[in-house]
Design a protein around this ligand. Structure first.
Ligand SMILES: [Zn+2]
Length: 311
Protein backbone atom coordinates (compact mmCIF):
# COMPACT_ATOMS: atom_id res chain seq x y z
CA UNK A 1 0.00 0.00 0.00
CA UNK A 2 1.31 3.39 -1.01
CA UNK A 3 1.64 5.94 1.77
CA UNK A 4 -0.94 8.71 1.55
CA UNK A 5 -1.33 11.91 3.55
CA UNK A 6 -3.81 14.72 3.80
CA UNK A 7 -1.77 17.41 5.51
CA UNK A 8 1.84 18.55 5.70
CA UNK A 9 2.27 17.20 9.28
CA UNK A 10 0.94 13.85 8.04
CA UNK A 11 3.47 13.91 5.26
CA UNK A 12 6.32 14.45 7.71
CA UNK A 13 4.90 11.76 9.99
CA UNK A 14 4.71 9.34 7.07
CA UNK A 15 8.41 9.84 6.38
CA UNK A 16 10.18 10.12 9.73
CA UNK A 17 13.52 9.14 8.18
CA UNK A 18 15.27 9.60 4.87
CA UNK A 19 15.13 5.82 4.40
CA UNK A 20 11.33 5.86 4.59
CA UNK A 21 11.26 8.55 1.89
CA UNK A 22 13.61 6.50 -0.30
CA UNK A 23 11.43 3.41 0.19
CA UNK A 24 8.35 5.42 -0.81
CA UNK A 25 9.95 6.72 -3.98
CA UNK A 26 11.22 3.23 -4.79
CA UNK A 27 7.68 1.86 -4.45
CA UNK A 28 6.39 4.48 -6.89
CA UNK A 29 9.21 4.14 -9.39
CA UNK A 30 9.13 0.39 -9.44
CA UNK A 31 5.35 0.13 -9.17
CA UNK A 32 5.29 -1.94 -12.35
CA UNK A 33 8.36 -3.98 -11.50
CA UNK A 34 12.08 -3.37 -11.04
CA UNK A 35 14.13 -2.15 -13.98
CA UNK A 36 17.62 -0.83 -14.55
CA UNK A 37 17.62 2.91 -15.19
CA UNK A 38 20.94 2.61 -17.02
CA UNK A 39 20.35 -0.10 -19.60
CA UNK A 40 16.61 -0.65 -19.35
CA UNK A 41 16.88 -4.27 -18.22
CA UNK A 42 13.47 -5.13 -16.76
CA UNK A 43 14.21 -8.70 -15.71
CA UNK A 44 13.71 -8.45 -11.94
CA UNK A 45 15.74 -11.54 -11.27
CA UNK A 46 18.76 -9.80 -12.73
CA UNK A 47 18.57 -6.77 -10.44
CA UNK A 48 19.90 -6.98 -6.92
CA UNK A 49 20.33 -4.65 -3.98
CA UNK A 50 23.59 -4.52 -2.08
CA UNK A 51 22.83 -5.59 1.45
CA UNK A 52 22.17 -2.81 3.92
CA UNK A 53 22.47 -0.08 1.27
CA UNK A 54 20.33 1.79 -1.24
CA UNK A 55 22.61 0.76 -4.06
CA UNK A 56 21.13 -1.53 -6.69
CA UNK A 57 23.08 -3.63 -9.10
CA UNK A 58 22.11 -4.67 -12.59
CA UNK A 59 23.47 -8.06 -13.68
CA UNK A 60 22.98 -7.20 -17.34
CA UNK A 61 25.03 -4.01 -17.66
CA UNK A 62 26.98 -4.81 -14.47
CA UNK A 63 26.53 -1.27 -13.17
CA UNK A 64 25.39 0.02 -9.82
CA UNK A 65 22.73 2.68 -9.44
CA UNK A 66 20.49 4.40 -6.92
CA UNK A 67 16.76 4.80 -7.35
CA UNK A 68 17.36 8.48 -8.19
CA UNK A 69 19.22 7.70 -11.41
CA UNK A 70 17.29 8.81 -14.48
CA UNK A 71 14.96 11.08 -12.51
CA UNK A 72 14.94 14.76 -11.67
CA UNK A 73 16.50 13.79 -8.32
CA UNK A 74 19.70 12.57 -9.94
CA UNK A 75 22.86 14.53 -9.15
CA UNK A 76 21.45 16.33 -6.15
CA UNK A 77 22.41 15.70 -2.58
CA UNK A 78 19.19 17.20 -1.29
CA UNK A 79 17.35 14.68 0.90
CA UNK A 80 14.18 13.27 -0.61
CA UNK A 81 12.28 14.45 2.47
CA UNK A 82 13.20 18.02 1.54
CA UNK A 83 12.07 17.38 -2.03
CA UNK A 84 8.76 16.06 -0.73
CA UNK A 85 8.21 19.22 1.27
CA UNK A 86 9.00 21.27 -1.84
CA UNK A 87 6.59 19.19 -3.90
CA UNK A 88 3.89 19.74 -1.30
CA UNK A 89 4.39 23.49 -1.52
CA UNK A 90 4.59 23.77 -5.28
CA UNK A 91 1.57 21.54 -5.88
CA UNK A 92 -0.63 22.84 -3.10
CA UNK A 93 0.00 26.54 -3.05
CA UNK A 94 -2.70 27.77 -5.43
CA UNK A 95 -0.44 30.35 -7.01
CA UNK A 96 2.85 28.51 -6.85
CA UNK A 97 5.78 29.67 -4.82
CA UNK A 98 8.74 31.98 -5.35
CA UNK A 99 12.22 30.54 -4.99
CA UNK A 100 13.02 33.06 -2.25
CA UNK A 101 10.07 31.84 -0.19
CA UNK A 102 10.93 28.20 -0.77
CA UNK A 103 14.57 28.84 0.23
CA UNK A 104 13.47 30.33 3.54
CA UNK A 105 10.91 27.60 4.23
CA UNK A 106 13.30 24.74 3.48
CA UNK A 107 16.46 26.29 4.85
CA UNK A 108 18.36 25.98 1.58
CA UNK A 109 20.10 28.55 -0.59
CA UNK A 110 18.07 30.45 -3.13
CA UNK A 111 20.10 28.85 -5.89
CA UNK A 112 19.11 25.41 -4.63
CA UNK A 113 15.47 26.44 -4.26
CA UNK A 114 15.44 27.86 -7.77
CA UNK A 115 16.88 24.64 -9.14
CA UNK A 116 14.42 22.49 -7.20
CA UNK A 117 11.50 24.51 -8.55
CA UNK A 118 12.73 24.30 -12.11
CA UNK A 119 13.25 20.56 -11.91
CA UNK A 120 9.76 20.13 -10.50
CA UNK A 121 8.35 22.32 -13.24
CA UNK A 122 10.19 20.17 -15.71
CA UNK A 123 8.51 17.08 -14.26
CA UNK A 124 5.13 18.81 -14.22
CA UNK A 125 5.41 19.82 -17.84
CA UNK A 126 4.30 16.45 -18.97
CA UNK A 127 2.76 14.80 -21.90
CA UNK A 128 0.20 13.55 -19.43
CA UNK A 129 -2.65 15.10 -21.34
CA UNK A 130 -2.41 12.90 -24.33
CA UNK A 131 -6.16 12.53 -24.35
CA UNK A 132 -7.57 15.17 -26.69
CA UNK A 133 -9.84 17.75 -25.09
CA UNK A 134 -13.56 17.16 -25.49
CA UNK A 135 -16.83 18.99 -24.92
CA UNK A 136 -16.80 22.72 -25.66
CA UNK A 137 -13.15 23.68 -26.19
CA UNK A 138 -11.87 27.25 -26.36
CA UNK A 139 -8.54 27.98 -28.03
CA UNK A 140 -6.73 31.30 -27.90
CA UNK A 141 -3.26 32.81 -27.69
CA UNK A 142 -1.93 35.54 -25.48
CA UNK A 143 1.26 37.58 -25.29
CA UNK A 144 3.45 37.86 -22.23
CA UNK A 145 6.04 40.55 -21.56
CA UNK A 146 7.69 42.72 -24.14
CA UNK A 147 7.49 46.37 -24.96
CA UNK A 148 4.03 46.52 -26.40
CA UNK A 149 1.92 46.34 -23.28
CA UNK A 150 -0.51 48.86 -24.62
CA UNK A 151 -0.88 47.42 -28.06
CA UNK A 152 -4.02 45.53 -28.90
CA UNK A 153 -3.88 41.84 -29.58
CA UNK A 154 -4.52 42.27 -33.29
CA UNK A 155 -1.62 44.72 -33.53
CA UNK A 156 0.61 42.24 -31.76
CA UNK A 157 -0.46 39.45 -34.04
CA UNK A 158 0.24 41.49 -37.14
CA UNK A 159 3.55 42.70 -35.71
CA UNK A 160 4.64 39.19 -34.99
CA UNK A 161 5.26 38.57 -38.66
CA UNK A 162 6.80 35.45 -40.01
CA UNK A 163 9.41 33.36 -38.34
CA UNK A 164 8.70 34.27 -34.77
CA UNK A 165 7.46 36.73 -32.21
CA UNK A 166 9.90 39.60 -31.97
CA UNK A 167 10.17 42.59 -29.66
CA UNK A 168 10.71 40.65 -26.43
CA UNK A 169 7.17 39.35 -26.19
CA UNK A 170 6.37 35.70 -25.96
CA UNK A 171 3.24 34.06 -27.31
CA UNK A 172 1.47 31.33 -25.39
CA UNK A 173 -1.30 29.24 -26.89
CA UNK A 174 -3.87 27.43 -24.83
CA UNK A 175 -6.90 25.22 -25.08
CA UNK A 176 -9.41 24.71 -22.31
CA UNK A 177 -12.31 22.35 -22.17
CA UNK A 178 -15.23 23.83 -20.27
CA UNK A 179 -15.42 20.41 -18.58
CA UNK A 180 -12.01 20.88 -17.04
CA UNK A 181 -8.54 20.38 -18.44
CA UNK A 182 -6.20 23.04 -19.77
CA UNK A 183 -3.31 22.59 -22.18
CA UNK A 184 -0.95 25.50 -22.86
CA UNK A 185 2.51 26.08 -24.23
CA UNK A 186 4.85 28.72 -25.57
CA UNK A 187 4.84 29.12 -29.35
CA UNK A 188 7.29 30.95 -31.58
CA UNK A 189 4.83 32.04 -34.26
CA UNK A 190 1.12 32.81 -34.47
CA UNK A 191 0.78 31.73 -38.07
CA UNK A 192 -1.91 29.35 -39.28
CA UNK A 193 0.38 26.36 -39.39
CA UNK A 194 1.31 26.73 -35.72
CA UNK A 195 -2.18 27.53 -34.45
CA UNK A 196 -4.01 24.90 -36.45
CA UNK A 197 -1.30 22.37 -35.63
CA UNK A 198 -1.91 23.01 -31.93
CA UNK A 199 -5.68 22.64 -32.37
CA UNK A 200 -5.27 19.33 -34.19
CA UNK A 201 -2.96 17.85 -31.59
CA UNK A 202 -4.99 19.10 -28.63
CA UNK A 203 -8.68 19.10 -29.48
CA UNK A 204 -10.72 15.98 -30.23
CA UNK A 205 -12.34 15.92 -33.65
CA UNK A 206 -15.49 14.80 -31.82
CA UNK A 207 -15.52 17.87 -29.57
CA UNK A 208 -18.98 19.35 -29.22
CA UNK A 209 -17.71 22.76 -30.25
CA UNK A 210 -14.41 24.51 -30.94
CA UNK A 211 -14.45 28.24 -30.19
CA UNK A 212 -11.79 30.74 -31.25
CA UNK A 213 -11.81 34.36 -32.24
CA UNK A 214 -11.81 35.32 -35.92
CA UNK A 215 -8.01 35.63 -36.28
CA UNK A 216 -6.98 34.41 -39.72
CA UNK A 217 -4.62 31.84 -38.16
CA UNK A 218 -7.65 29.76 -37.16
CA UNK A 219 -9.29 29.87 -40.58
CA UNK A 220 -9.90 26.61 -42.36
CA UNK A 221 -10.83 24.39 -39.41
CA UNK A 222 -14.50 24.17 -40.25
CA UNK A 223 -14.11 21.05 -42.37
CA UNK A 224 -12.59 19.23 -39.38
CA UNK A 225 -14.36 20.74 -36.35
CA UNK A 226 -17.65 22.25 -35.27
CA UNK A 227 -15.84 25.56 -35.27
CA UNK A 228 -17.58 28.72 -34.02
CA UNK A 229 -15.94 32.10 -33.84
CA UNK A 230 -16.47 35.35 -31.97
CA UNK A 231 -15.36 38.56 -33.62
CA UNK A 232 -13.61 40.56 -30.90
CA UNK A 233 -12.61 43.31 -33.32
CA UNK A 234 -16.26 44.34 -33.71
CA UNK A 235 -16.88 44.06 -29.98
CA UNK A 236 -18.52 40.68 -30.16
CA UNK A 237 -17.65 38.59 -27.12
CA UNK A 238 -20.52 36.16 -26.61
CA UNK A 239 -22.55 34.53 -29.35
CA UNK A 240 -24.77 31.98 -27.64
CA UNK A 241 -22.49 29.29 -26.27
CA UNK A 242 -19.67 30.63 -28.40
CA UNK A 243 -17.29 32.70 -26.28
CA UNK A 244 -13.70 32.52 -25.12
CA UNK A 245 -14.28 33.73 -21.57
CA UNK A 246 -12.89 30.54 -20.01
CA UNK A 247 -9.52 30.73 -21.72
CA UNK A 248 -9.43 34.50 -21.10
CA UNK A 249 -9.74 33.86 -17.39
CA UNK A 250 -6.93 31.29 -17.60
CA UNK A 251 -4.75 33.98 -19.20
CA UNK A 252 -5.55 36.59 -16.58
CA UNK A 253 -4.86 34.10 -13.80
CA UNK A 254 -1.57 33.14 -15.42
CA UNK A 255 -0.50 36.76 -15.74
CA UNK A 256 -1.47 37.51 -12.14
CA UNK A 257 0.67 34.58 -10.99
CA UNK A 258 3.63 35.67 -13.06
CA UNK A 259 3.46 39.25 -11.86
CA UNK A 260 2.33 38.56 -8.29
CA UNK A 261 4.55 35.63 -7.36
CA UNK A 262 7.49 35.78 -9.70
CA UNK A 263 7.41 39.47 -10.68
CA UNK A 264 8.97 38.59 -14.01
CA UNK A 265 9.61 35.44 -15.99
CA UNK A 266 12.19 35.37 -18.74
CA UNK A 267 10.96 34.05 -22.11
CA UNK A 268 13.47 31.22 -21.76
CA UNK A 269 11.71 29.87 -18.67
CA UNK A 270 8.14 30.85 -19.50
CA UNK A 271 7.20 27.46 -20.92
CA UNK A 272 8.05 25.80 -17.59
CA UNK A 273 5.92 28.27 -15.64
CA UNK A 274 3.06 27.68 -18.04
CA UNK A 275 3.51 23.95 -17.50
CA UNK A 276 3.49 24.38 -13.73
CA UNK A 277 0.34 26.45 -13.86
CA UNK A 278 -1.60 24.07 -16.09
CA UNK A 279 -0.38 21.14 -13.98
CA UNK A 280 -1.92 22.74 -10.88
CA UNK A 281 -5.11 23.76 -12.61
CA UNK A 282 -5.68 20.27 -13.97
CA UNK A 283 -5.31 18.80 -10.49
CA UNK A 284 -7.42 21.28 -8.60
CA UNK A 285 -9.87 18.55 -7.59
CA UNK A 286 -7.19 16.08 -6.56
CA UNK A 287 -6.59 15.64 -2.81
CA UNK A 288 -3.51 17.52 -1.60
CA UNK A 289 -1.50 14.48 -0.55
CA UNK A 290 -2.29 12.71 -3.79
CA UNK A 291 -0.73 15.57 -5.72
CA UNK A 292 2.60 14.79 -4.06
CA UNK A 293 2.50 11.16 -5.17
CA UNK A 294 1.24 12.21 -8.57
CA UNK A 295 4.24 14.45 -9.17
CA UNK A 296 6.60 11.82 -7.74
CA UNK A 297 5.35 9.47 -10.43
CA UNK A 298 6.33 12.02 -13.09
CA UNK A 299 9.95 12.45 -12.00
CA UNK A 300 10.92 9.53 -14.15
CA UNK A 301 13.08 10.08 -17.18
CA UNK A 302 12.72 13.80 -17.01
CA UNK A 303 16.13 14.55 -15.79
CA UNK A 304 17.11 18.14 -16.19
CA UNK A 305 20.73 18.94 -15.54
CA UNK A 306 21.85 22.28 -14.27
CA UNK A 307 23.89 22.69 -17.43
CA UNK A 308 20.83 22.15 -19.61
CA UNK A 309 18.74 24.39 -17.42
CA UNK A 310 21.01 27.39 -17.56
CA UNK A 311 21.97 26.84 -21.23
ZN1 LIG B 1 21.51 -2.35 -16.46
Amino acid sequence: MLQTFKTLPQLFAAFPTEQSAIDHFTAIRWANGKFCALCGNADESRIGTLKGTNTHKCYVCRKRFSIRVGTIFQDTKLPLRTWYAAIWMITNHPKGIASTTLATDLGVTQKTAWFVLHRLRHAARTDSFNAPLDGVVEVDETFVGGKFHNKSKSERRKGSGRGGIGSGKTAVIGAVSRDGDVVAKVITSVDGETLKGFVRETVSKDAEMLVTDTWVGYKGLRSEYRHRTVNHSIGQYVKGAAHTNTIESVWSMMKRQIVGIHHWVSPKHLDRYVGEMTYRMNRREMAKGDRVNDLLALTEGRRLTYKLLIA
